[in-house]
Design a protein around this ligand. Structure first.
Ligand code: ADP
Length: 455
């Protein structure tokens, strides 16, 4: 089906990113916004903009499926791009779009169902022959089941929410004494954050690397990967800085990318998605699939010259990866140089990363060769509200060598002048200038175990 007009069911930088992709494809765009976002930049970038979720709390407005579909119908938008977060992985929303005759720019309802639940996702990965972290292979409902597992497999373990995301609903358990309390806490956290208290268990891997593979798959069975990203630099299991490609050996890279493609082929995946792995010196283990565009898709775009968001739209319109999108066959596909992304947030590193709010008094941004900025409300005079996540601007750089990219990022972070609001920029400079980061040694526990980064 031809896509003519796209409603963007999101806000901030990703809404702007999608609107830009649509404009380049000469598609009309419709923005939606919560009352609290009436002066947000994303609404002014679209051809039309409408308030949604009147009377609802700010985040709930963006989750108001029926109101979003109402706007799509009234404006004649025949496709909806959900971005990331909010409704991006909501199979009910995808179903409602389908029922209303609107194209959901993303995977199918069945694929969202499989990958929205990490227990189901692991089962799918096992069926496709991937290694998964030794674990409960299904939900665990009681402290006794956890004890049975540790009796066989030992400590440490991790309890994780089946519907978890954003690094929440996860707890490391080191010994017998911690089981009861940690299990109860993880359960209540999961219920509160994801509306479901289903948990599962995995062995806790000590200091692995987080490596993820970017996939594009069309409706005709073609699946390709756009190489991998290293997202090991995390704070409390949430990504802070990402690098593409990783420093893996060619052999290991090829194995991981092939495993990701095999999994996505096995479920007949459609659209863009990411297969995530934890990598140890001896093996690599599937952890989950993110069936949507990711925050860090930008660095893959920089090393492959492939527009992932435009690809999503064209794939949803039924186009063929090779015949229509003119993407080279896998064997000919190449990447060049290194790209790094820093997520600049309005968080105060000197105050335990508390989100800061208020007016940005001064905003001067970096630029120059090899620099890309994707921002939301990043300008002097913008008011940062407490209602939404604290991502201000994604700073990405690309250079021929990894050290060249590090030096460029240091210069870029130096060049920002943001006053009136605290940001995590000084902290990120500490990270990228740390010898372990420069040596490509940072694992997922790097930040949490390196106190000098916080000085
Ligand atoms: P989310 O969906 O919340 O992002 P993930 O399952 O993708 O959760 O895991 C996020 C991060 O948590 C991983 O990148 C890794 O740092 C850590 N993690 C998850 N599972 C394990 C595990 N079994 N052992 C060690 N670290 C883990």
């Amino acid at each position: 089906m031809k896509i003519e007009k796209v409603l963007v069911a999101n806000r901030g930088e990703i809404a702007i990113r999608i609107i830009r992709a649509c404009s380049e494809l000469k598609l009309q765009t419709v923005a939606v916004f919560a009352k609290e976002d009436e002066f947000s930049v994303h609404r002014f970038k679209a051809d039309e903009a409408y308030q949604i979720g009147a009377g609802k709390k700010p985040i709930e407005a963006y989750l108001d499926m029926d109101d979003i579909i109402r706007v799509a119908k009234q404006t004649g938008a025949n496709a909806i791009h959900p971005g990331y977060g909010f409704l991006a992985e909501n199979e009910l929303f995808a179903q409602k779009c389908q029922d209303a005759g609107i194209i959901f720019i993303g995977p199918t309802v069945a694929q969202l169902d499989t990958f929205g639940d990490k227990v189901k996702a692991k089962a799918a990965a096992l069926r496709a022959g991937l290694h998964t972290i030794p674990g409960s292979d299904g939900p665990v409902f009681s402290v006794e089941e956890v004890r049975d597992f540790t009796a066989k497999h030992g400590f440490p373990i991790m309890v994780k929410a089946a519907l978890g995301g954003g690094g929440r609903g996860m707890r490391i358990i080191h010994n017998e004494e911690e089981i009861a309390e940690s299990f109860a806490r993880a359960q209540s956290e999961a219920k509160q954050s994801f509306g479901d208290d289903e948990l599962y268990i995995e062995k806790y891997l000590e200091a692995p690397k987080h490596i993820e593979v970017q996939i594009l798959a069309d409706q005709h069975g073609n699946v390709i990967h756009l190489f991998e990203r290293d997202c090991s630099v995390q704070r409390r299991h949430q990504k802070v800085i990402e690098v593409a490609p990783s420093v893996l050996s060619e052999k290991r890279r090829a194995e991981i990318c092939a495993a990701a493609v095999a999994l996505m082929k096995s479920v007949h995946y459609q659209n863009a998605g990411t297969v995530e792995f934890l990598v140890t010196p001896t093996d690599f283990y599937f952890i989950e699939v993110n069936p949507r565009v990711q925050v860090e898709h930008t660095i893959t775009e920089m090393i492959t010259d492939m527009d992932i968001v435009q690809s999503q739209i064209l794939i949803a319109a039924g186009k063929d990866l090779f015949a229509d999108l003119k993407i080279p066959q896998q064997a000919e596909l190449q990447h060049h140089g290194f790209a790094i992304q820093c997520r600049v947030t309005t968080e105060d590193p000197e105050n335990n990363f508390m989100p800061d709010t208020g007016k940005i008094e001064t905003y001067r941004s970096p630029g120059g060769f090899g620099v890309r900025l994707d921002g939301g409300n990043a300008y002097a005079g913008a008011v940062i509200s407490p209602y939404f996540d604290s991502l201000l601007v994604k700073a990405c750089v690309q250079a021929r060598t990894f050290i060249g990219a590090v030096l460029k990022m240091d210069r870029v972070l130096d060049e920002f002048r943001i006053r009136g609001i605290k940001t995590n920029i000084p902290f990120m400079q500490n990270v990228i200038n740390h010898p372990d980061f420069i040596a490509g040694k940072a694992s997922t526990t790097f930040i949490d175990t390196t106190p000098e980064l916080f000085r």
